[in-house]
Design a binder for this molecule. Structure first.
Ligand SMILES: Cc1cc2nc3c(=O)[nH]c(=O)nc-3n(C[C@H](O)[C@H](O)[C@H](O)COP(=O)(O)OP(=O)(O)OC[C@H]3O[C@@H](n4cnc5c(N)ncnc54)[C@H](O)[C@@H]3O)c2cc1C
Length: 408
């Protein structure tokens, strides 16, 4: 029998690929990680513009993988409340962790702070081999179909039971495998920046729906510093990104109706095109897609990375269970369990985000009336609110063991 270089080869060392690597290594697998960018030290002295709103489900997963304790506590910002309102009416809704007897609804964390914690955890495993910078050039199953042979652009040829693409939205392996996807170009771009507000954010995640798109203020550790995500139609986003700092801050505080007072300092700004994607197949024999390689969703509810982390936890559970029972985890039959588990869930979130975007983007008077009425009605209905809160915390649906309240 062919001696393999590893049990699972993961391409892409982003948040999702690294989480999957931690889970498989902790479960005793030999893993190879291939990443296109060079390994550079992560400079945590400078803040990162990119932040994630992180669910409690992601917290549980990363805690069980020994990653959460490695996140710098002075860079982890819990939020206890969410406040959402419609600027073109009186509709509003307020969520509070205390009403669920929970300490927090979630966390805001900078991408590079999370990556530093994942990298620190990965460095503790002896059974990890990394190739970076490197890319996959080719792959094909062995003649007996028991393994995948993977060619890298550095000339290396590696054998594995399973190849996983965690390469993000532009996955090259997805293209090489001929896996198609449904694409929704939202015609929007998101401006992200860090800003200082005169009023305290009160550890609350704030989001208003403007006719031009959603605007979120996410609380960072300093009580007067927020990460903003402002989604707008492309021409408006292009106009705002070019404004000087002062003009941008004036437009931002006006759009946000001075909810947190004036904005007196802003960082540089970055722009991200927004597209929804969902692949037709998550798996082929000896191949699986996770995270943004399989799906991208509108950032209005901050779910993209959280869904990817659930993918990683679910796929690792399927793989490790097959391995524990001496079954080959790279077969289509085993991998289909992962696809069936995650595809419907991710599709549902994608459609929900599209529905919200269309509902809140509409300026048609009856729709505006209904959504304002609906928001206020929901705000008054405790069971519905509690269900939505649990959904936002990632604690509903068929969760992988790593995300359940009790392991078992
Ligand atoms: C404006 C904005 C705000 C967002 N806010 C949130 C939020 O609040 N909460 C949330 O959960 N999600 C949020 N998201 C979504 C989140 O950013 C993504 O879902 C998440 O980063 C995807 O992680 P990933 O590891 O799958 O992919 P990526 O982060 O894209 O990582 C892919 C990795 O693969 C590497 N790679 C790419 N191609 C190759 C190749 N050919 N060979 C080798 N390596 C390769 C890349 O260098 C990278 O390291 C937001 C997104 C946007 C745009």
């Amino acid at each position: 029998m062919l001696s393999l270089d590893c049990d699972t080869l993961i391409v892409g060392s982003g948040v999702v690929g690294n989480t999957l690597a931690c889970a498989l290594l902790q479960g005793g697998q030999r893993v190879i990680l291939v990443e296109a960018t060079p390994a550079l030290p992560i400079d945590l002295d400078q803040p990162d513009l990119r932040t994630f709103a992180f669910t409690r489900a992601s917290e549980r997963i990363l805690t069980r993988l020994g990653v959460w304790d490695k996140i710098r506590p002075n860079r982890l910002s819990p939020f206890h409340q969410i406040y959402v309102w419609d600027t073109s009416g009186s509709g509003k809704i307020h969520f509070d962790s205390a009403s669920l007897q929970e300490s927090t609804l979630g966390y805001i964390i900078e991408q590079k702070v999370l990556q530093a914690a994942l990298t620190a955890r990965l460095s503790e495993f002896a059974d990890l081999i990394s190739y970076r910078p490197a890319k996959v050039q080719s792959f094909q199953q062995t003649e007996d179909e028991t393994a995948m042979v993977v060619g890298l652009d550095n000339g290396q040829c590696l054998t594995t039971r399973l190849l996983v693409s965690a390469e993000g939205a532009q996955s090259s392996i997805r293209a090489l495998a001929g896996i198609s996807y449904e694409l929704h170009d939202y015609g929007q771009q998101a401006i992200v920046a860090t800003v200082q507000t005169v009023l305290s954010h009160e550890q609350t995640a704030w989001q208003c729906f403007l006719p031009t798109g959603p605007l979120a203020f996410l609380p960072l550790v300093d009580s007067h510093t927020c990460s903003i995500v402002w989604s707008l139609d492309t021409p408006q986003a292009q106009r705002l990104i070019k404004l000087d700092s002062d003009k941008f801050q004036r437009e931002l505080e006006t759009a946000f109706a001075f909810k947190l007072g004036a904005i007196n300092h802003g960082s540089e700004r970055a722009l991200f095109p927004l597209q929804g994607r969902h692949v037709t197949n998550y798996v082929q024999p000896r191949l699986a897609l996770v995270g943004d390689a399989a799906h991208t969703v509108h950032p209005l509810a901050g779910q993209g990375a959280n869904l990817g982390i659930l993918d990683a936890a679910s796929l690792s559970e399927v793989i490790l269970e097959a391995q524990a029972n001496q079954r080959d985890w790279g077969t289509y039959q085993e991998l289909r369990r992962y696809e069936r588990w995650r595809k419907g869930n991710n599709w549902g979130m994608l459609k929900l985000m599209e529905g919200f975007r269309l509902l809140f983007g509409s300026t048609v008077a009856p729709i505006r009336l209904i959504r304002n009425w609906g928001l206020n009605l929901t705000d008054a209905a405790t069971p519905i609110k509690q269900f939505i809160m649990k959904q936002a915390m990632g604690l509903t649906g068929d969760l992988p063991k790593l995300a359940k309240s009790k392991l078992g």
